[in-house]
Design a protein around this ligand. Structure first.
Ligand SMILES: [Zn+2]
Length: 299
């Protein structure tokens, strides 16, 4: 993540300074580094190419739009380009393995596969309606048709609370912001409120396994890189790893490392398996593997 300048919107001459965050699933940009909700969210799955265009600039190409960014130096720019290119390359190579264990809807939340509820809603303070999608434990906001994949922001429902406010309106409250929505009928409002409450329920039950596993302190950090709150596990090796390292494990093939999510693959997590993870923990396991794996094959 870091600061980048985004090319001027139509009709303006000035670059806009944006705080940009990249993870395995999304490239997002924000007004500033304190902001929780992005101005734009681009699924990495929608990125078809990343190119260097000179003068510290680079282009991120998606099927329906190209984003131009400018870094502060050539070396910074090169870093962004190489990380982004790695993601798109890794995705093509690893996609078969990933889609085998994760429902496709979670890889591309913009895809029309499993929204619980979707449609246009008015959001107080905005003139145009937003295409809103409730999917899994998240709510996504889009300017237009969500099938294009590029949205405004996503809202994690684990910290959400939904309250009826009037005949057609309701509030989604998070610690960071209140989203006041207006549906086009009372009946639609009730459907939206129910779908968003279900998403909150799903978010809370999704984090149950993770919270149990993290109760063993050494499981609170990725076994490979030390990143906090790792949400993935190699269930045959009994190690908990972050999303990025999970990708590397997947690359080793399922016979060496069987990667599952603490939050999404809920059926895998029997009480017995959770107990094994609590007994062993990242710390002791890493010592064991380091002692038994030839250096050339160290994970
Ligand atoms: Zn890691």
């Amino acid at each position: 993540m870091g600061w980048l300048d985004k090319n001027p919107p139509q009709g303006s001459l000035y670059y806009q300074r944006r705080w940009v965050k990249l993870d395995v699933d999304y490239l997002r940009y924000f007004d500033n580094d304190k902001e929780v909700y992005s101005k734009r969210i681009i699924p990495t799955a929608a990125i078809t190419g990343v190119t260097n265009v000179g003068e510290q600039k680079f282009e991120v190409v998606t099927t329906n739009r190209t984003f131009l960014f400018r870094a502060e130096s050539d070396s910074e720019r090169n870093e962004w380009v190489s990380v982004l290119q790695n993601f798109t390359k890794g995705r093509q190579e690893g996609s078969r393995e990933i889609t085998a264990s994760v429902p496709p809807s979670l890889l591309t939340p913009g895809s029309p596969l499993t929204p619980e509820q979707q449609g246009y809603l008015e959001l107080r303070g905005l003139r145009s309606k937003l295409y809103t999608v409730v999917s899994g434990d998240k709510v996504f906001l889009y300017k237009n048709d969500y099938r294009l994949g590029i949205g405004i922001t996503s809202i994690d429902m684990n910290v959400g609370n939904v309250k009826d406010t009037d005949r057609r309106s309701f509030d989604l409250t998070t610690p960071y912001r209140i989203f006041s929505f207006l549906a086009d009928s009372e009946q639609h409002k009730e459907q939206w409120v129910e779908a968003m409450r279900d998403a909150i329920g799903e978010a809370l039950s999704n984090s149950e396994v993770a919270n149990q596993i993290w109760a063993e302190p050494s499981n609170g950090c990725c076994a490979d890189c030390g990143a906090a709150k790792p949400e993935w596990a190699a269930i045959n090796l009994c190690v908990v790893v972050c999303k990025r390292c999970a990708g590397e494990h997947r690359g080793l093939g399922p016979s060496i490392s069987k990667v599952r999510s603490l939050k999404m693959d809920r059926k895998v997590w029997t009480e017995e398996l959770i107990q094994v993870f609590l007994l062993l923990g990242n710390e002791r396991l890493n010592g064991f593997w380091a002692a038994n794996v030839p250096p050339s094959e160290a994970l």
